[in-house]
Design a protein around this ligand. Structure first.
Ligand code: IPD
Ligand code: CA
Length: 267
């Protein structure tokens, strides 16, 4: 099936999954490994829906979802990387700022991404080589210089031993850039960089389902995303640095690498 056909099917599935999220009555909320990390009955329900439908769309495709079993390293022809609800803490608290995120990799390379924000009615989408779109309209990153950048950050919510290092990065960026933001859904934050509303993002040890779909969208919108030692991982958490321009990515990367070294934190 041509990638553009797959894209329209995936957009439809992401929109159906997003509609499920709109009815948050009767959901149950549980903690995962730490008190800060939630899973709701809706995460599980949406992941089941997407697992079934996405693997039927490409028979034989592999599915990696936030709420499923961990995956071992290995090259798959087609691999879905899915976050049923990115922004689960927002969702569980009734803060209407959560998205469905779907990425597709082909032999280890991200080729398709869809991020659906059901409360705002926004669908971000991209296929590698064909540009990035918001509700069908082309989007592009900003050309702001670092002094005018708005930067999305997080402070290692699930492992607070790493928080001082993240605060140091925040402080250095705050001294140079315009302002900082913490929306609480990395996938949506990356889409804000893609559409030129925000300009950079840094988060230590982010999981692949948080950025896989949005990474394709950001790259197709002209932005840059990487980890510290190269490309972002599709199977393991990694430190994510994203920016509107190569110059700002280089600046962000130099700040992050310097702070990681000073705090003796390895990836
Ligand atoms: C979280 C969000 C948040 C980021 C966390 C993620 P979840 O995903 O993307 O913005 O800071 O690291 O775990 O748990 O809401 O799916
Ligand atoms: Ca997530």
């Amino acid at each position: 099936m041509p990638m553009e056909r797959i894209l329209s099917e995936v957009i439809s599935l992401a929109e159906q999954a997003g509609n499920m999220m709109l009815d948050d009555s009767g959901i149950t909320v549980e903690n995962k490994a730490t008190k800060e990390n939630y899973v709701t009955s809706m995460d599980v329900k949406i992941e089941g829906f997407l697992r079934e439908n996405l693997t039927s769309l490409i028979p034989g495709s592999f599915f990696l979802g936030e709420e499923g079993d961990p995956v071992s390293e290995g090259e798959k022809e087609y691999m879905w990387i899915v976050d049923p609800i990115d922004g689960t803490a927002n969702f569980a608290r009734g803060i209407r700022m959560s998205v469905v995120s779907i990425g597709l990799a082909h032999f280890g390379e991200l080729v398709l991404g869809v991020v659906r924000h059901p409360h705002l009615g926004e669908t971000y989408s991209a296929v590698k080589g064909n540009g990035a779109f918001l509700n069908g309209e082309p989007i592009h990153v900003s050309d702001r210089t670092k002094e005018h950048c708005m930067v999305s950050l997080a402070w290692s919510t699930y492992n607070k031993k790493l928080a001082p290092m993240c605060f140091e990065v925040s402080q250095r960026l705050y001294g140079v850039c315009e302002d900082l933001r913490r929306i609480g859904t990395a996938a949506y934050e990356l889409c804000q960089v893609a559409k030129g509303s925000e300009d950079m993002l840094f988060e230590i040890r982010l999981a692949p389902w948080d950025y896989a779909g949005a990474a394709v969208i950001l790259r197709e919108a002209g932005g840059v995303i990487s980890s510290v030692d190269g490309d972002v991982s599709l199977t393991h958490s990694c430190t994510v640095m994203a920016a509107n321009t190569a110059g700002n990515h280089e600046f962000l990367s130099s700040v992050v690498k310097d702070v990681l070294e000073n705090f003796r934190v390895t990836e």
